[in-house]
Write a protein that binds this ligand. Structure first.
Ligand code: HPA
Length: 235
C-alpha cells in the first residue's frame, strides 16, 4: 500500500535500492544502467524506478538532501515495501590532506552532529556503521575493477554551511574522509529496522582548499562509482 511519501505498491521495489540524493539522477541511472525500467513512484518529484541489471531486479530512488529527508524514504522503503538493502550513491566534501577530488570514499562508519541516532538509543552514542557484507562486496568489486577507493569514517552534517570554525581541522585530525549529509541517518534507520545499508561517495568538493569538480569530472567519477555499486547490488 502507498505510504505518505511513496505512491507505490508492495512488490514495486526490488529488495535492493540504489539511492542518489537527486531524483533526476535516479532517473538518469534508471535510463542509463537498468533494463525495462519503470517509474514506480513520484510524490514530490522524488522519483523511483525498478528494472533489471544483468537480469536481476533492481530499484533506484532519490532520497533528497539531509538526514530528515533520507530517513523518511529509507524508513518507508524498508518498513512498507520490503526493501532489505539500501546503497546510497552520493557525493561528499572532504577536508583531508590526502584525499583529492574524484576519489571514491566508502563509509565504513558515519559520525554526525545530528541527534537522530541518540533519539533511537536513550541518548547514548550509536556507532553508525555499514553492513559488513555490502562493504566487503563493494571493496572487492572495486579491487577487481581497478577502481581505487578509500574506506573509513565520514561525517554526516546537519548544516551544509557550518558556523563551527575549528570543525574541519578536527575532522582532518580524526581522519574523517568525507563530509555528506545522510550516511549516519541511513545507517541508523537500517539498524532500527533490521536492514542493510552502505554509502559510497565521490569527492566533489575539497572544502578547505576551495576546489570543486567540473561537471565533466563529476560524471566520470560518478560512472566509476556506479559500476562498483551496480555489481555490489546484484551480488
Ligand atoms: N558538505 C556536505 N555535503 C556535501 C558536500 C559538502 O561540502 N559536498 C557534497 N556533499
Amino acid at each position: 500500500m502507498a505510504t505518505p511519501h511513496i505512491n507505490a505498491e508492495l512488490g514495486d521495489f526490488a529488495e535492493t535500492v540504489l539511492m542518489p540524493g537527486d531524483p533526476l539522477r535516479a532517473k538518469l541511472i534508471a535510463e542509463t544502467y537498468l533494463e525495462d525500467a519503470k517509474e514506480v513512484c513520484n510524490v514530490r518529484n522524488m522519483f523511483g524506478y525498478t528494472g533489471t541489471y544483468k537480469g536481476k531486479k533492481l530499484s533506484v530512488m532519490g532520497h533528497g538532501m539531509g538526514i530528515p529527508s533520507c530517513s523518511i524514504y529509507v524508513h518507508e522503503l524498508i518498513k512498507d515495501f520490503g526493501v532489505k538493502n539500501v546503497i546510497r550513491i552520493g557525493s561528499c566534501g572532504t577536508v583531508s590532506d590526502d584525499i583529492k577530488l574524484m576519489d571514491i570514499v566508502i563509509a565504513m562508519g558515519a559520525s554526525t552532529d545530528s541527534k537522530v541516532n541518540r533519539i533511537r538509543f536513550n541518548n547514548h552514542d550509536f556507532a553508525a556503521i555499514a553492513d559488513y557484507h555490502l562493504l566487503e562486496t563493494a571493496v572487492s568489486e572495486a579491487r577487481e575493477q581497478n577502481v581505487p577507493v578509500r574506506v573509513g569514517n565520514v561525517f554526516s552534517a546537519d548544516l551544509f554551511y557550518s558556523p563551527e570554525a575549528d570543525l574541519f581541522d578536527k575532522m582532518n585530525k580524526l581522519n574523517i574522509l568525507g563530509v555528506d549529509m545522510e550516511a549516519a541517518g541511513i545507517y541508523g534507520v537500517a539498524a532500527e529496522l533490521g536492514a542493510k545499508a552502505l554509502t559510497m561517495l565521490t569527492v566533489s568538493d575539497h572544502i578547505t582548499r576551495g576546489e570543486h569538480l567540473s561537471s565533466d569530472d563529476r560524471q566520470k567519477s560518478f560512472h566509476a562509482m556506479m559500476q562498483v555499486a551496480l555489481e555490489t547490488a546484484i551480488k
